[in-house]
Design a binder for this molecule. Sequence first.
Ligand code: AMP
Length: 281
Amino acid sequence: MKVTTTISETREQIREWKKEGLTIGLVPTMGYLHEGHASLIEKCRQENDRVVVSVFVNPTQFGPNEDLEDYPRDFGRDSALCESIGADLIFHPEPEEMYDHACAFVNIHTLSENLCGKTRPIHFKGVCTVVAKLFNIVQPDNAYFGQKDAQQLAIIKKMVKDLNFDIRIVGCPIVREADGLAKSSRNTYLNEEERKAALCLHRAVLAGQEAISAGCESAQVLRAMEQVIEAEPLAKIDYISIVDALTMQPVEKVDRDVLTAMAVYIGKTRLIDNFSYEVGI
Ligand code: AMP
């Protein structure tokens, strides 16, 4: 497995593989890899001749008071995990390599207005910009994203369509701990008491799924979920919302494919979870 830190050496390797007619899969990550990331890399390994993993804590997707400095990093462990799954290349640039006095950014409206976009107003501009840059550098045939970040996945699919990237976007299911907590690099911020409290997100997902399956309207589904979170003293709701799965706009009735998503603070740590519901017409 090769590790590159510059755009030029990455391009050189990609050019060689393309010359040989090999297919390339890309898994963009911010590192501190866990089984959720591993599931994306494994799927990428199954479907491509060459597997590229990017490990880059992207500064442009963090707001001024967010956790950019504290975000956990362990490149030694990350590269060992990637190697064990059979990745061929890790692209691990410094911020200066990716943003050399950059003036061009990729913005996406409408889909980024609600859910995480509301409390993190510059987040998806940063995400779209870095993903577009990675797509241009790696030129993958396939790129893998987790449904854990469901709004991000919907936004990337729309960006690829609107900007005509010739790349297939593959969504992969949420990987959870045995007790239901969605795996996240940010789970390491939780102390023992907060770790237990964090289970309320999964309990709220289950309550929401039950209410939707019973035919409830959005307001009732949301109320059922809010009650679960409100019963947990360490938890504070950032948002819980039901949106159209494609446009990310709120819906009153569950009469189409929807995404139900939430962000909840457990102490100072902001965690997200979600589930999709397909009407299946
Ligand atoms: P991150 O390193 O948090 O930016 O995540 C990199 C990719 O891994 C994104 O596409 C995430 O959606 C995905 N991912 C993170 N956690 C999980 C999880 N628990 N299950 C599935 N995919 C995940």
